[in-house]
Design a protein around this ligand. Structure first.
Ligand SMILES: C[S@@+](CC[C@H](N)C(=O)[O-])C[C@H]1O[C@@H](n2cnc3c(N)ncnc32)[C@H](O)[C@@H]1O
Length: 251
């Protein structure tokens, strides 16, 4: 039997507290984000001290986003990354993609003139070589396999195009891990319930933490980018928690 040279790598195994098998993950995520979309921005503002905007902007600049570039914001959610990319390149150059209609509706309310695609990272409705820059914020854990997503990223980027994947990673040190777990699994879900008065908000933030803990290592993600054909794939992590994966499509 022929061996698959690049076996599919899943971000994490099934999380049975939330869904029972891989085939149910997509539906689970879509329903969770549809239901909690109205709470998402408020949780970011209070649970993460509103720092996310500054970090997203800085990461986009450091990864090479420049004025005039055509950008694809994968998993755009409520438009948090788009808002920062728009400070660098015109809104007409940015396309947001997300499978959750609930999240997209919030983003459309903020950017009525922007282009949005209701789709998944694994099937981007774009011609080949359309974009200069592709960004994905805090959604890498949600794709079916890295290979399917990265193959699409490679296809839609122009030669020389850049990719930036922002993700929260599990801290390497034991103390860092315990502190992050306490903050993300206990404090943020409890705060989310208090400020939103909705169990769905708490569940979304518990899932956020559990999927981070279960996620494949940074090394596996970097290797999957290389396997997809990207060069200069690397990961920069700040405070042991905030990871920015960058890579480039060869000329
Ligand atoms: C935590 S939100 C991130 C939103 C935004 N990027 C940000 O930085 O705030 C995660 C988003 O990933 C989206 N998502 C889930 N599965 C996805 C997939 N397979 N492809 C693309 N987006 C996905 C969800 O609908 C949700 O809007």
């Amino acid at each position: 039997m022929m061996q698959d040279a690049h076996p599919s790598v899943k971000p994490h195994e099934v999380l049975t507290e939330y869904y029972d098998k891989d085939s149910e993950k997509e539906k689970f995520l879509r329903e969770m984000f549809d239901t909690s979309a109205k709470h998402y921005d408020r949780i970011l503002r209070y649970g993460f001290f509103g720092m996310g905007g500054h970090y997203r902007y800085r990461s986009l600049k450091q990864a090479g986003l420049r004025p005039g570039m055509r950008v694809l914001d994968i998993a755009c959610g409520t438009g948090g990354v788009m808002q920062q990319a728009f400070r660098i390149t015109p809104l007409s150059n940015i396309v947001g993609l997300d499978p959750s209609e609930g999240m997209l509706n919030v983003a459309r309310g903020k950017f009525p003139d922007a282009t949005f695609w209701h789709e998944r990272a694994e099937s981007i409705p774009s011609a080949d070589k359309e974009f200069d820059f592709l960004v994905m914020g805090y959604a890498l854990r949600h794709v079916s396999t890295f290979d399917e997503a990265f193959r699409e990223y490679f296809r839609v980027l122009k030669p020389g195009g850049k990719v930036l994947l922002m993700e929260i990673s599990r801290p390497r040190s034991h103390v860092g891990y315990l502190l992050a777990k306490l903050y993300l699994k206990q404090f943020v879900p409890a705060l989310s319930f208090v400020i939103c008065r909705d169990r769905a908000a708490r569940k979304m933030m518990r899932y956020f933490c559990d999927s981070i803990n279960a996620c494949a290592s940074r090394a596996v993600i970097v290797e999957s980018l290389k396997q997809a054909g990207f060069e200069a794939a690397q990961c920069r992590t700040e405070l042991g928690l905030f990871s920015a994966f960058t890579a480039r499509k060869p000329d």
